[in-house]
Design a protein. Structure first.
Lengths: 381, 374
C-alpha cells in the first residue's frame, strides 16, 4: 500500500453501553489529511450524533455500510473488531486498533494469514517506550469516581463510621496506580472534592503499598481492616495467582468498596489458568459496572471453582474510559492526530524505524515490527 | 552551567552530533562537559567548534538547561533566542529582564503538547534521586535495623499527589533501588507503605499530627498556591519520631524580604544544592536559614534545588532524547521566526513556550497582569 486514500470508521458494538466513536472534529481532521472518510451508518447514534455532524458539508466524508467501512485502505476502530470482521479487510489494507499483539497470539496469526497490515494503538511508543495512545488516567479517575459515588450514596458527605478521612488502599504502582493516587486524593472527581472541602469534609488519604507488603497476610490484614476503598491496579507477573485471596475481602469493613482497575479476565481453560487479581469478584462492562454483594452477576460471571464467599460492593469495567465516551474520544483524537497525519502521508509500507518522531512511534506499533522483534516466533503456540 | 561546583550537567555528544548532522553550526564553551569527564575529542565532529564564554553566548540560539545568571544573559545579542528552563509563571523579573534585553526565548518547562503535558521534564529523577538520598539516611537512623525482617513497614507520608508525587510513590515502594527491593523482599522484610495527603488536606492538624507521629520519611512534593504558608509548620515537626527524615522536592526558596515572607513547604529545613543536599539536625546550614523562619524542631533533611543533577549523565540523556525532536523542528523550519503556531505537533508545542507569546491568551488573571506591566 502506498499513500492511502481512504479510511473506514466502523462502529464498536461489543455491548450496548459502548458509545464511543471518534468525534466529528477528528473525522474532519482525517479529511484534511487528504483521506476520504467512510463512516458506518449510525456511527455515533448512541451518543446523539447524526451523520451531518460528521460530514459538516465536506464531500470527503461519506456514509457507508458496516462492511464497506471495513473495505477501505485504512480501518480505524478503537477496540479490536470481531474475528469474522477481520476477513472483510482487503489484503494489504491496514487495521489501526487496540490489538494487544503480545497477549493475543491467535489474533496476530489471523492477521498474518489474511495478509493484512496492522498498527496496534497500544504498541505505539516513543523512544523511551512511553505509550503515545493511552488513557490510563481515565481508567483510574472513572473507576474512583464510581466508587466514591457508591460510598457517598450510603454515607452522605463521606462521613464514614470511623469519622476520619476516607482511606483508599491502592495495590500496584504502575501507570494506572499512579493516576489512582491522584484520583483517590481528589475523591475521584474534582468538583466533588472542591464542594467537599468547602463543607469541611474529612477528605481522603491514599495508601500505596508495593509487592513487598502485599505478600504478607498479617500486614495486609491490618491495612484492610482500616480500608474504605480497595483499588486493584496491579500488573501481575504471574496471572495464575490472585493478589488478594477471596478470604482477605472478609477483613474489609462491611461498607468498603472494591475497585477493579486491572480488569484481567477469568480464563481457566488455559495452562496455567488466568484468575483475577482480587479473587472472586465479577467482571463488569459498560452495561453494568456496579455489583452489590447480592447481585446475581456474582454467580453468573465468577466460575464456580473460584472462591467468592467473601463479598463487598465491587466496581469493575472492562473499558473504564468508556464511562465518559466523549471525553475519552477527545483524548484519543488529540493523541492520534499527529500519528494519523504521518500515516496518511507515508502509508504503512513506508514507515521506517529511522524516520521522524511519530513515524518511529508508528513503526513500533506495526505488526511488521512486532513480528521482526522475534517475540512472536519465540512464543509457544 | 556555573551555578555551583556540584553542577556537572552538560548536553551529551549524542545530542550535539544530531544538531550538527542536521545542519546546525554548534559552538561549545571551552571546557564544555569537563565536569562529566568529557573531553573536546568527545564532541569533535564537523560543524562543532569550541570558543570562549562570550562567543558561546553570542550565537543566534543559546541552549543551556538552567537559566544563566543576569550577567550572562546580558552577553546574548538582541534578537537572539535563549532556550532554557525559564519558569515564566514564577519568575516575572526574569521575564522582564529578557524582554528589556530584546531577547526571544523558549522556556523548556513551557514546551507542552495539546493536552498541556510537558515534553521536557525529568520529574521522575526529581522523585527517585530525592527518595534515594533520603533513604540512605533513613537506613542509618532507623532504630532496630532497616533490614530487620521483624521491623514494621517503612511509613512514608507524601504531601502532594501531583506529577512529582506520583513518581515518589513508585520510588518509595521500591526503595528507589530495585536491587535492594528484591533483596529485602526475598528476605521477608516488610516493604513500604506510602500515605498520600493532598495539599488541601495538609492544613488539618487533626489529620496531620497523628500521621506525622507515625512517619519515618516525610516528603514534600506539593505545589503551593501560597508560598507564605508552609505545608508543615516547624512546630509540627516535633510530632515526628527522632529518627525520621525530611525530604524537600519542591525546591521553593525562603524570602524574608517580601511580606508575608515566603517559606519552604516544610518550614525550617535548609536549602540544599548539588554541593550539599543532606543535612544532619546539627548541621550549621540550619543556622543559615533566614531569621524570619522557625527552625527549632529539626530532623535529618534532604533538600536540593536540582535533584535530577545528582546523576548528571542519566539526566542529560533524558533531556537529550526529549529535546531531539524539538531542536530538529527548529532547524528544519529554518528558525523560530518560521514556526507556525498552528502547524504540526512540535511546532505548536514550541510556540507555546515562546517568550513573545507569553502569557498565552486567556481570561484575565496574574498572567494578564504580567503582560500589562511590560
Amino acid at each position: 500500500m502506498t499513500r492511502p486514500r481512504t479510511i473506514g470508521l466502523p462502529r464498536m458494538m461489543k455491548e450496548p453501553g459502548e458509545k464511543r466513536v471518534f468525534l466529528p472534529e477528528f473525522v474532519q481532521f482525517l479529511a484534511r489529511c487528504g483521506l476520504t472518510v467512510h463512516v458506518e451508518e449510525g456511527y455515533g447514534s448512541r451518543s446523539g450524533f447524526t451523520f451531518d455532524a460528521f460530514r459538516q458539508g465536506n464531500a470527503a466524508v461519506r456514509q457507508c455500510s458496516r462492511r464497506q467501512a471495513f473495505e477501505q485502505e485504512l480501518v480505524l476502530v478503537l477496540r479490536s473488531p470481531q474475528r469474522a470482521e477481520h476477513e472483510w479487510l482487503r489484503p494489504g489494507a491496514c487495521m489501526v486498533s487496540m490489538l494487544h499483539f503480545p497477549t493475543r497470539p491467535q489474533r496476530v496469526e489471523r492477521l498474518r494469514a489474511l495478509g493484512l497490515n496492522a498498527i496496534s494503538l497500544d504498541s505505539i511508543a516513543n523512544d523511551v517506550n512511553l505509550r503515545l495512545v493511552e488513557n490510563m488516567k481515565a481508567v483510574a479517575w472513572n473507576g474512583l469516581e464510581v466508587a466514591f459515588d457508591l460510598l457517598e450514596r450510603d454515607w452522605p458527605g463521606l462521613r464514614l463510621p470511623h469519622g476520619g478521612p476516607t482511606r483508599v488502599l491502592i495495590l500496584g504502582t504502575g501507570m494506572v496506580g499512579k493516576h489512582a493516587v491522584d484520583a483517590a486524593a481528589k475523591l475521584g472527581n474534582v468538583e466533588r472534592y472542591n464542594a467537599h472541602l468547602a463543607e469541611g469534609g474529612p477528605a481522603s488519604l491514599a495508601i500505596c503499598v508495593g509487592r513487598g507488603l502485599t505478600r504478607q497476610p498479617a500486614r495486609m490484614e491490618a491495612l484492610f481492616r482500616e480500608t474504605d476503598i480497595l483499588v486493584d491496579a496491579t500488573q501481575r507477573r504471574d496471572t495464575s495467582l490472585p493478589v488478594v485471596p477471596n478470604a482477605w475481602l472478609g477483613w474489609l469493613p462491611q461498607h468498603a468498596v472494591v475497585i477493579d482497575l486491572a480488569v484481567d479476565p477469568y480464563t481457566l481453560d488455559v495452562t496455567p489458568p488466568v484468575v483475577r487479581g482480587v479473587e472472586g469478584i465479577p467482571q463488569g462492562n459498560l452495561d453494568q459496572y456496579v455489583f452489590h454483594p447480592a447481585d446475581p452477576a456474582w454467580s453468573q460471571t465468577v466460575p464456580p471453582s473460584i472462591p467468592s464467599a467473601c463479598r463487598r460492593s465491587v466496581v469493575s469495567c472492562y473499558s473504564w474510559p468508556g464511562i465518559h465516551p466523549e471525553a475519552c474520544m477527545r483524548h484519543y483524537g488529540q493523541q492520534l492526530e499527529p500519528l494519523m497525519e504521518v500515516l496518511a502521508q507515508k502509508g504503512y509500507a513506508a514507515l521506517a524505524p529511522a524516520g521522524g518522531y511519530f513515524e518511529r512511534a508508528l513503526y513500533r506499533g506495526s505488526l511488521q515490527a512486532f513480528l521482526q522483534a522475534g517475540e512472536y516466533s519465540a512464543r509457544p503456540r | 552551567m556555573r551555578h555551583e561546583p556540584g553542577e556537572r550537567r552538560a548536553f551529551l555528544p549524542e545530542l550535539v552530533a544530531r544538531l550538527a548532522r542536521r545542519g546546525a553550526q554548534v559552538l561549545l564553551e571551552d571546557g564544555y562537559g569537563a565536569e562529566l569527564g568529557l573531553i573536546p575529542a568527545d564532541y569533535a565532529m564537523p560543524g562543532v567548534q569550541f570558543g570562549d564564554r562570550a562567543a558561546a553566548y553570542a550565537q543566534d540560539y543559546v541552549l543551556i538547561l538552567r537559566c544563566p545568571a543576569d550577567d550572562a544573559l546580558r552577553l546574548l545579542r538582541p534578537g537572539a533566542c535563549l532556550l532554557s528552563m525559564l519558569h515564566y509563571p514564577t519568575r516575572p523579573q526574569r521575564v522582564e529582564l529578557l524582554r528589556s534585553l530584546g531577547l526571544e526565548a523558549v522556556s523548556l518547562d513551557s514546551i507542552k503538547d495539546d493536552s498541556g503535558r510537558r515534553l521536557i521534564e525529568n520529574l521522575r529523577a526529581v522523585a527517585w534521586n530525592g527518595v534515594s538520598a533520603a533513604l540512605q539516611v533513613l537506613r542509618r537512623t532507623y532504630p532496630g535495623g532497616f533490614e530487620a525482617p521483624a521491623r514494621p513497614p517503612i511509613r512514608v507520608t507524601l504531601l502532594g499527589a501531583g506529577a512529582v508525587g506520583v513518581h515518589v510513590v513508585v520510588a518509595a515502594t521500591r526503595y528507589a533501588d530495585e536491587a535492594l527491593r528484591a533483596r529485602l523482599a526475598a528476605a521477608g522484610v516488610p516493604g513500604v507503605a506510602v500515605t498520600v495527603v493532598d495539599y488541601d488536606v495538609t492544613a488539618h492538624a487533626a489529620v496531620m499530627r497523628p500521621l506525622l507521629a507515625q512517619t519515618d520519611l516525610l516528603v514534600d512534593a506539593t505545589q503551593r498556591p501560597d508560598p507564605s504558608r508552609p505545608v508543615i509548620p516547624n512546630a509540627w515537626l516535633a510530632e515526628l519520631p527522632a529518627h525520621a527524615v525530611l525530604l524537600d522536592l519542591s525546591a521553593d526558596p525562603y524570602d524574608c524580604s517580601v511580606d508575608p515572607a515566603a517559606v519552604k513547604g516544610i518550614e525550617g529545613i535548609p536549602q540544599g544544592n548539588l554541593d550539599q543536599y543532606l543535612f544532619a539536625p546539627d548541621d550549621p546550614a540550619w543556622e543559615r536559614v533566614p531569621n524570619c523562619v522557625d527552625t527549632r524542631h529539626r530532623r535529618w533533611a534532604a533538600a536540593c534545588y536540582s535533584w535530577p543533577g545528582v546523576h548528571p549523565r542519566e539526566c542529560m540523556q533524558v533531556y537529550g532524547q526529549q529535546l531531539q525532536p524539538i531542536l530538529r523542528t527548529l532547524i528544519d523550519r529554518g528558525g523560530l521566526a518560521n514556526l507556525n503556531p498552528d502547524g504540526r505537533f512540535f511546532e505548536r508545542a514550541i510556540a507555546r513556550a515562546q517568550l513573545s507569546r507569553w502569557p498565552p491568551a486567556g481570561p484575565a488573571g496574574p498572567a494578564s497582569d504580567l503582560r500589562s506591566s511590560s
